[in-house]
Design a protein around this ligand. Structure first.
Ligand code: GDP
Ligand code: GDP
Length: 436
């Protein structure tokens, strides 16, 4: 099931993004050459008391030309639409403003639980001032300091209380996937075409609190799939639905819930910044990735066209060299029948476990071809490697000193492992660890 979702709302400058960053912490990024997906974040996964949750900074969803008060209003609406629990932030330094009152009035009407955090209460003497905030009509104000990291525990304790009890484990063997891409690349057409191909649609499953609709179906081979609902599938006509930040946030949430992500590109338009951000996020999250180039029917082709397209994609998504590319047309249905089996194959590769003995043979052979690097007269020594996880396949390599494992050598080992085992479509992580 989807993680419970917390949304942070409030007028500008009260410290929303500071609190967001505190709560989200740093998502561990193992691969360093990914473009700045963690920069400028509005969506992240956090954890408190062992419960994982998604968190959205609605203040980061700017709505272009909308007037100030309208922006704040839409951000509050997004929170009410998307979240299970809302944290409204105000500032203990500046006191209550008109904008705070506007947000509070909207949230009072919401059925979602709201926690009122009064930020910038940096020292205990300031705590006396927070009682004014009872006037917002949102219950007890919680004093916090984003910059000093004070008081957040109490706010999160309260938030977790409102999470629904954990859903039962999902069905083993069901492959969850989503189609991600910019508006108009053909996601809905592909979805309809995939579902139309004489497969049995088992059910439409309503999302936890939102109106997201996931669809489950069984392929010809008997494999069960769950297609995760994605932004852009339904066009509800709300102002913010067409903004890029909102759509990126929705896409990230869908990716978090997926085993395999179908990154849909439009053959007519090529690759855009949006595509790179989303693909980078899926890569960092360790998801299986299939690159789907749609509208292939619209391209005038000669013998090299497909190759040129592939080269372009490889150039733009350097770190996705493991992701297969398929050229399809939702219109003519060209190659659509291949999609389920490709998704299934990628999912298998994500779950692949390799034996330690074979793995270590591969690593020793690799070292023989390309000796380990040295730094300041010291050579990296690799003692032993073992696979510690699947989804994505993760390998711990025991070494003399972690710092000696340079990125380029890590990459070399990855390539050698990929040559030996079928990890097509899945990122793999190689983590150096000092042998105790
Ligand atoms: P947002 O617009 O609501 O996302 O606010 P920001 O997180 O960008 O913070 C606005 C300003 O308030 C920045 O200059 C922050 O450094 C400052 N700020 C954030 N949290 C605190 C805090 O706990 N104490 C103090 N004194 N300043 C803070
Ligand atoms: P979405 O916004 O990504 O869900 O895109 P849609 O599925 O709504 O498609 C956008 C437009 O592209 C519609 O007019 C579709 O008919 C058209 N379209 C989708 N797939 C194809 C395709 O494979 N070939 C052609 N020629 N048009 C397509």
């Amino acid at each position: 099931m989807a993680n419970p979702t917390i949304a942070i709302v409030g007028r500008p400058n009260v410290g929303k993004s500071t609190l967001f960053n505190r709560i989200a912490g740093e998502r561990i990024s193992i691969v360093e050459d990914t473009p700045g997906v963690t920069r400028d974040r509005i969506y992240a996964v956090g954890e408190w008391l062992g419960r994982e949750f998604s968190i959205i900074d609605t203040g980061g969803i700017d709505l272009g030309d909308e007037p100030f008060m309208e922006q704040i209003k839409y951000q509050a609406e997004i929170a009410m639409d998307e979240a299970d629990v809302i944290i409204m932030v105000a500032s203990g330094r500046e006191g209550i403003t008109d904008a705070d009152e506007l947000v509070a009035r909207m949230l009072q009407r919401s059925t979602k639980p709201v926690i009122l955090a009064i930020n910038k209460v940096d020292n205990p003497e300031m705590r006396a001032d927070i009682y004014d905030f009872y006037a917002l009509g949102l219950g007890d104000p919680y004093p916090v300091s984003g910059s000093h990291g004070i008081g957040l525990g109490d706010v999160l304790d309260e938030a977790v209380k409102h999470f629904k009890s954990e859903q039962e484990e999902e069905d083993e063997g069901v492959i969850k996937f989503s189609l991600i891409g910019r508006p108009n690349v053909g996601k809905s057409s592909l979805i309809n075409a995939i579902l139309g191909e004489d497969r049995v649609i088992v059910s439409n499953i309503a999302g936890t609190t939102r109106d997201a609709i996931d669809t489950s179906f069984t392929s010809d081979t008997g494999q069960e799939f769950l297609m995760i609902d994605t932004a852009g599938m339904r066009k509800r006509g709300k102002v913010y639905e067409s903004t890029e930040k909102y759509s990126v946030m929705r896409a990230m949430r869908a990716i978090d819930r997926s085993d395999v992500v179908l990154m849909v590109l439009n053959a007519e338009e090529g690759i855009r910044e949006y595509d790179k951000r989303i693909a980078g996020f899926a890569h960092e999250a360790g998801k299986g990735i299939l690159i789907v180039v749609n509208k292939w029917d619209t391209v005038e082709k000669d013998t090299n066209t497909m190759k040129e397209f592939e080269d372009e994609i490889r150039k733009e998504f350097k770190y996705l060299d493991y992701a297969p590319i398929i050229f399809v047309s939702a219109k003519t249905k060209q190659r659509l029948n291949k999609l389920p089996e490709m998704i299934e194959q990628i999912s298998m590769n994500q779950n692949l476990r390799v034996s330690s003995s074979v793995l270590n043979d591969i690593i020793m052979d690799a070292i023989a071809i390309n000796p380990t690097p040295t730094d300041k007269g010291k050579r990296l020594k690799i003692f032993y490697a073992t696979q510690v996880a699947v989804k994505p396949p993760t390998f711990v390599v025991f070494v003399n000193e972690e710092e000696l494992m340079h990125f380029s050598y890590n990459r070399f080992l990855e390539n050698q492992i990929r040559r030996a085992f079928p990890f097509e479509g899945t990122p793999i992580h190689i983590i150096p660890r000092r042998r105790k």
